[in-house]
Design a protein around this ligand. Structure first.
Ligand code: GLN
Length: 453
């Protein structure tokens, strides 16, 4: 009953693409049976969660919020979702998102916009829950589920968490298996938990992470007890404030929240130091070359033969079928990325764009390595603005891309990064703060997050 009620309220936000109350009930019954037998219960036992529709779920439609995958029912389960079921979690349904995880507002879904439960003071305009994990952020912020999965390629866990006043952590690249997660940009894609508290994120990340031989970029490292080692005492820790993140045009409210965050960490015992990440301004342009390049290659598989949609016009040949299926099946933003990616990978432009972007990526990684000689974690805003009304940035992809300016550097460097709620703007909208740590130091990131929470 609770499941059905949650799913009904979810309809107003359009947070779910498919609801699976029967799956949730089945899992809850399995937990009850295990408890009755006296069996040990997993760390997520009986916790109802939503699953971003990028994770393949056996027997349950998986679309990446695209028309081209509509009706695709995977015969296999992603590693991360399987681990969550093994830990006792119960699936409420598949969450809406930006199509193929491309977007920052949840307006590129084939299944319609997702609305945030938040409103600006004095206005009833529906606000963006952020993206691409916007169904996830909206569902958690609206209390439809305590936690859910997200994925982050260039900010898609952190930005929606910031927009909706919740927590979300993108772990080190390779911590969570990409096997069975619909690929966007494989060298950047990382799954992670989103939840209302740092503690819940720590528990859920522990259940999601771990080496997987089926993912060639999976980290062969043991999973630490992040939850058991949470500690908000930051004495002896140095927190770096990156000078280059003080960009012209950033809202004063964002800068104020950043100062407040630094003060909270100081109160927790940390020393605040200034650090420099000199190549920051090149990170976003490099991301918007690398990510579309990988996307154009990954999305070549949607040809009308192997999955989902097939448009076969009367008397059409193979090429016509490819063209018709892809023209009909992909949304505008996805097509824009495929065209950008194909262009930067083309023989004449590869060196000028793709090779340059890869070099910048290395410089961004080195910036972080140098900064972490002088500090343990970095504190920065998650986004340059608070949430904006749905439909307000239509036809303005560049402004949309700029929303990821603070999130993308950690993605290019593959580093763990978290957003925690900081404060509200004068208009009553949530703002988040971002903590970035050195590779493999999710614990340091979570601990600093706990000190802010
Ligand atoms: N908003 C960014 C993009 O559109 C990041 C998306 C993501 O992290 N999946 O590419």
């Amino acid at each position: 009953e609770a499941c059905n009620a949650a799913v009904a309220s979810a309809e107003a936000l359009n947070a779910f693409i498919v609801a699976t109350p029967e799956k949730a009930l089945e899992a809850a019954n399995a937990v009850d049976a295990a408890r009755a037998k006296g069996d040990a219960l997993g760390p997520m036992a009986g916790v109802p969660i939503g699953m971003k529709d990028l994770f393949a779920t056996k027997g349950v439609q998986t679309t990446a919020a695209s028309h081209i995958l509509e009706g695709f029912v995977p015969p296999y389960e992603s590693t991360v979702s399987q681990k969550l079921w093994d830990a006792g979690a119960a699936m409420l349904g598949k969450l809406n998102m930006d199509q193929f995880a491309m977007g920052s507002s949840n307006e590129t879904s084939y299944f319609g916009n997702v609305a945030s439960p938040w409103r600006k003071a004095g206005s009833n305009a529906a606000m963006s829950p952020g993206g691409s994990s916007g169904g996830t952020s909206a569902a958690i912020a609206a209390r439809l589920c305590p936690a859910a999965t997200g994925t982050d390629t260039g900010g898609s866990i952190r930005q929606p968490a910031a927009f909706t006043g919740i927590c979300g952590i993108k772990p080190t690249y390779g911590r969570c298996s990409r096997w069975g997660v619909v690929a966007f940009a494989s060298s950047l894609d990382q799954a992670g938990p989103m939840a209302r508290s740092v503690e819940d994120c720590a528990i859920m990340l522990g259940a999601m992470a771990g080496f997987d031989p089926k993912d060639s970029t999976s980290l062969d490292a043991s999973v630490p007890d992040w939850f058991g080692n949470l500690d908000a005492d930051l004495r002896g820790k140095r927190v770096g404030i990156p000078r280059e993140y003080r960009m012209d045009g950033t809202d004063q409210a964002i800068l104020d929240s950043w100062d407040m965050g630094a003060q909270w960490l100081r109160d927790a015992g940390a020393e605040i130091v200034e650090v420099s990440l000199p190549h920051t301004k090149y990170a976003l342009p490099a991301y918007y070359i690398v990510a579309p390049a990988e996307a154009s290659s990954n999305l070549a598989r949607y040809d009308g033969v192997r999955y989902g949609l097939r448009d076969l016009p009367e008397g059409a040949g193979l090429q016509d079928m490819y063209a018709a299926t892809r023209a009909d099946g992909f949304g505008d933003e996805v097509k824009r990325r495929i065209m950008l990616g194909t262009y930067v990978l083309s023989a004449g432009f590869y060196d000028a764009y793709y090779t340059q972007a890869q070099k910048i990526r290395t410089l961004v990684q080195r910036d972080f390595e140098a900064a972490f000689e002088a500090c343990d974690v970095i504190l920065a805003p998650t986004t340059p603005t608070a949430s904006f009304p749905l439909d307000s940035l239509n036809n303005d992809p560049l402004t949309m891309y700029l929303n990821d300016v603070f999130a993308v550097p950690a993605s290019l460097a593959g580093l763990p990064a978290m957003s925690v709620p900081a404060t509200l703007t004068a208009e009553g909208l949530p703002l988040g703060l971002q903590i970035v740590g050195p590779a493999m130091d999710e614990q340091g990131v979570l601990n600093a997050g706990l000190a802010i929470e």
